[in-house]
Design a protein around this ligand. Structure first.
Ligand code: SF4
Length: 240
């Protein structure tokens, strides 16, 4: 399998340009993952605001912990920006305890709610172009590119490809990226190779996460049963 960028420089690193063969290669990986795992139905939330809250809370924690925190929140108040802001910050933090770093995340969530209200709510944000909305999100307290792009893709259905640690691990093992490229470099490479396609980006990111958790684990990956094994530069025998 060739690299995600065609060829590599003298240091063996992949240059940032979009390679001609990327689309077919990435589509074939997507097809294999989809056939194996099936649709993932992301994002697991009932409302746009719940997607946004989940994106803030899921930083550095498992989704099961986010679900626990959301359940605690919704038992106490309606899940809406004004209702969350009306909670005293220490109480909000206590409700968020299951997600870890709950004081930090309470402050981030409050900043997020304030920005949402300042922008006239979800319709105000939805009216912004993708670049402006991304800039606004990245300007919020504690919101980095991965969280911003989760919100853009899963809450506002914008064609941005989310890059996370699972994406880096899987595609580095497949030999398609180095894995330590800058966030924007990788995002541009995936987006340029695949073209703007919200449903594809939605499902692809979810499948990457699923595959990285189920098979391409950080330690002792389950390569023997992996659907990507045939084209994987790092395939190893399953541990006994
Ligand atoms: S063959 Fe192994 S290392 Fe390669 S993608 Fe599959 S699980 Fe990951």
């Amino acid at each position: 399998m060739s690299g995600l960028s065609r060829g590599s420089d003298n240091a063996g690193r992949h240059p940032p340009g979009p390679p001609a063969a990327d689309a077919a290669q990435l589509r074939s990986i997507f097809d294999a993952l989809l056939a194996h795992h099936g649709p993932q139905h992301w994002w697991p939330a009932d409302t746009t605001f719940e997607v946004m809250v989940g994106a803030v809370l899921t930083q550095n924690t498992a989704w099961t912990n986010v679900e626990k925190a959301l359940a605690r929140l919704t038992q106490r108040v309606p899940l809406a920006p004004a209702a969350l802001l009306a909670l005293p910050e220490p109480e909000l933090a206590e409700l968020l305890r299951p997600v870890g770093y709950y004081n930090v995340k309470a402050a981030r969530l409050r900043a997020f709610c304030r920005a949402l209200l300042d922008a006239d709510g979800e319709p105000g944000l939805a009216a912004l172009g993708t670049a402006d909305l991304r800039r606004l999100l990245l300007g919020l307290h504690g919101v980095g590119p991965e969280t911003a792009d989760d919100v853009l893709l899963y809450a506002f259905h914008r064609p941005v490809f989310v890059i996370d640690a699972y994406t880096r691990r899987l595609f580095a093992r497949l030999g398609l990226i180095d894995g330590d490229e800058g966030y924007e470099v990788l995002r541009a490479r995936f987006e340029q190779a695949l073209g703007p396609d919200v449903p594809l980006f939605n499902e692809y990111h979810a499948l990457i996460v699923r595959h990285a958790k189920d098979a391409c684990r950080s330690r002792r990956p389950l390569c023997d049963g992996c659907v990507l094994r045939g084209g994987c530069a790092a395939a190893t025998p399953d541990p006994a």
